[in-house]
Design a binder for this molecule. Structure first.
Ligand SMILES: Nc1ncnc2c1ncn2[C@@H]1O[C@H](COP(=O)(O)OP(=O)(O)OP(=O)(O)O)[C@@H](O)[C@H]1O
Length: 312
């Protein structure tokens, strides 16, 4: 078996009294897209910054591409690419000028540079925008420029911090296809997101909440092993029914999705659909059915379990 690209043990970062990342263990295998899934403020950026060597952990350690952190992170710089959450290129320089600037930082020779920049413009569909100011690009084009710049030096490990939060679904799909092409070419990728559909595209994910890792694994396995049953309710007055269910024994959470109510029921309940029907006093005319869990159910269950156990 090949060496993992990241192994982290007990990695922690405090900012004054605030613990942004709390004793996180990770093992990320080569050739994978690994997602950090979590809401705003759950510690995704802080964890990424520690793994790139930019930010020193308060406690714990990590081995990233064989480089021990905390320690001298210099050898990592040529081997990793980092696409930050905010657009970090010069708005008053063209696409090509921005890419040339990055190529100089990475020390590409003039010959390498010309060939690589042509290739990147083509792969990332920016040829037409090559001489356009970066500040006038659309959200999707900016994101493609940011990715092109992050992979310019062919990094072995790529960090992408919420890369698609400002783009439309079509651009997001195209972006993910590019990520799988990069993996096919030998890269490993760590990506943070708060989108469930995006997390589902990852080979593996870690669910982060209040700086803690609540669960990890391949999304299909996390869904299969969900520690709850999911019941969908249709018909009747769903708002009333929801109010009726909330807080009842065995009911972990309720959320309305269009014309249905999605209810998480504790695993210990024998007949979850009947339990939901009985738990709601206004159960006339409703249809309750056990359905397959999705990643949002996993997220809700993992974070609620932590609250119940007093770990938050
Ligand atoms: N430099 C800092 N000084 C003080 N607190 C910080 C600093 N950086 C992060 N934090 C705090 O640490 C917590 C985690 O922040 P972080 O940016 O890592 O979360 P995130 O999951 O990336 O969130 P988002 O999706 O909003 O970017 C937040 O409460 C944040 O306010």
């Amino acid at each position: 078996m090949t060496e993992p690209v990241v192994v982290a043990r007990g990695i922690t970062r405090r900012f004054g009294p605030k613990t942004a990342v709390d004793t996180v263990d990770l093992r990320i295998e080569r050739g994978q897209i690994y997602g950090f899934l979590g809401p705003n403020g759950s510690g995704k950026t802080t964890l990424m910054r520690m793994l790139t060597g930019i930010l020193r952990p308060s406690e714990g350690e990590a081995l990233v591409l064989g480089v021990r952190l905390p320690g001298n992170a210099e050898p990592l710089k040529q081997q990793i690419g980092y696409m930050t959450q905010t657009f970090s290129h010069y708005r008053d320089m063209t696409v090509l000028e921005n890419l040339r600037f990055c190529a100089d930082i990475y020390g590409l020779t003039a010959r390498e540079r010309r060939a690589r920049l042509d290739e990147l413009l083509q792969i990332h569909d920016l040829t037409e925008q090559a001489h356009q100011m970066a500040g006038s690009l659309s959200g999707g084009q900016r994101q493609r420029l940011a990715l092109a710049a992050a992979v310019l030096h062919r990094p072995r490990l790529l960090f992408l911090d919420e890369p698609t939060s400002a783009v439309d679904p079509e651009s997001r799909r195209a972006f993910w296809e590019q990520l799988f092409d990069l993996v096919d070419d030998g890269a490993s990728i760590i990506v943070s997101t708060h989108f469930m559909d995006e997390a589902e595209r990852c080979h593996r994910i870690a669910i982060l909440d209040h700086g803690r890792k609540r669960a990890d694994g391949p999304p299909p396995r996390l869904m299969r092993d969900l520690d709850a049953n999911v019941v969908e309710v249709e018909g009747g007055n769903l708002r009333l029914f929801k109010r009726d269910l909330d807080g009842r024994p065995g009911i972990m959470s309720t959320a309305q999705i269009g014309e249905r109510l999605r209810v998480l029921v504790e695993k210990s309940i024998g007949d979850p659909a009947a339990h939901v029907r009985k738990a709601g006093k206004l159960a006339l005319n409703v249809r309750c059915e056990v359905v397959r869990p999705n990643l949002e159910d996993v997220f809700v269950s993992a974070t609620r379990r932590a609250v119940r156990e007093g770990a938050a």
